[in-house]
Design a protein around this ligand. Structure first.
Ligand SMILES: Nc1ncnc2c1ncn2[C@@H]1O[C@H](COP(=O)(O)OP(=O)(O)OP(=O)(O)O)[C@@H](O)[C@H]1O
Ligand SMILES: N[C@@H](CCO)C(=O)O
Length: 313
């Protein structure tokens, strides 16, 4: 049994995946955060949730942060200790803002920090690969870990990613509905096969989107066009599809955020947004440059370096 820290706190950002044509690959970190504190304690695992999901999320072994912690302890060949977990959540669940990836990344980083054994410390690429495996795809966990704008892919079964800086004039805005939508259900709406022309269309738009996000935001409206997932999912989220169409008709680059039903719009500079009524919470968020970070621990490190920021994993 390795020596354990007694308490660690991690801060993990919301994320938006796909960004239109970059299905399962492109993602953006948003400056809205969950904060999770883990304390090693005798007895079972006990979870307290405040904020988003309070009274709804599980409070024991089946909580997603705990499941991720168990996966990391397994990877280190260590038993999961008794734990008190406090989750202060600001990321709404099942809305397309990367809540599950944030929970997974939080769990993996908490476990990594709790095990005080430098020789066996999980390296950053292993954390990304494990997080991608738990989530099923790497496009949300990558920006959650690395911050900024990420391109993620799977190679030999392992999630990999590179981080890029988005253009400073880009300001993400999310329109969050009251209704929830599970990623698993949205993925079930996708066809097994797509026309070759649509695949070629998306390849071009996704490549253009990397240029638009990093260097030329004027191209964002064209670069965010998609033919691989949004139309197939529209019948399951008609209000989302309608809002995306309304914003795009007004010249605002708008897409389904992740698997929805939240809508992500890109405002460039002082660009204005049309009034869309009061059924949506409208959050003007910055890009989270740094990604997940350890904000406190028993080792006395008050504010440590962001995890893996700026590196390839
Ligand atoms: N902070 C959390 N704590 C515990 N479980 C969570 C947390 N966030 C998400 N989950 C689990 O993940 C589920 C939502 O995951 P899902 O992938 O469907 O949505 P999302 O991650 O919010 O959206 P997207 O992947 O489209 O960005 C919740 O119903 C819950 O079971
Ligand atoms: N790429 C994923 C993101 C949501 O987890 C999807 O659209 O299903």
């Amino acid at each position: 049994m390795a020596l354990l820290s007694t308490s660690v706190r991690v801060r993990v950002p919301a994320t938006s995946a796909n960004l239109g044509p970059g299905f399962d690959s492109l993602g953006l970190a948003l400056d809205r955060y969950d904060e999770v504190t883990a304390r090693v304690a005798p007895g079972d695992v006990v979870v307290e949730v405040t904020g988003e999901g309070a009274g709804q999320l599980p409070t024991g072994d089946d909580h997603l942060v705990v499941r991720a912690m168990r996966a990391a302890f397994d990877a280190l060949s260590e038993p999961l200790p008794g734990l008190e977990l406090s989750c202060a959540n600001a990321i709404p669940q099942a809305r397309g803002m990367g809540s599950s990836s944030a929970a997974i990344v939080a769990g993996l980083l908490l476990a990594r920090e709790l095990v005080v054994d430098g020789a066996r410390r999980l390296p950053d690429p292993a954390v990304l690969a494990l997080a991608s495996a738990l989530e099923g795809h790497p496009d949300n966990v990558a920006p959650c870990l690395l911050g900024g704008f990420t391109i993620a892919w799977t190679e030999n079964g392992e999630g990999r990613a590179v981080r890029l800086d988005p253009h400073p004039s880009i300001r993400p805005v999310v329109y969050v509905p009251a209704t929830r939508g599970l990623t698993a259900e949205a993925r079930a709406a996708l066809p097994e096969r797509v026309p070759h022309g649509d695949a070629a269309f998306n390849a071009g738009r996704a490549a253009l989107l990397v240029h638009a996000v990093t260097s030329d935001p004027a191209l964002l409206l064209t670069a965010t066009e998609d033919r691989l997932h949004q139309d197939y999912r529209a019948p399951g989220m008609p209000h989302t599809a309608e809002l995306v169409a309304t914003l795009r008709a007004a010249g605002v680059p708008a897409v389904v955020s992740g698997a929805g039903p939240t809508v992500l719009a890109f405002v460039v500079g002082d660009g204005a947004l049309p009034d869309v009524g009061d059924t949506w919470k409208v959050w003007k968020l910055g890009v989270a440059d740094a990604g997940a970070s350890i904000v406190a621990g028993t080792m006395g490190h008050a504010e440590r370096d962001p995890v893996a920021a700026g590196r390839e994993s």
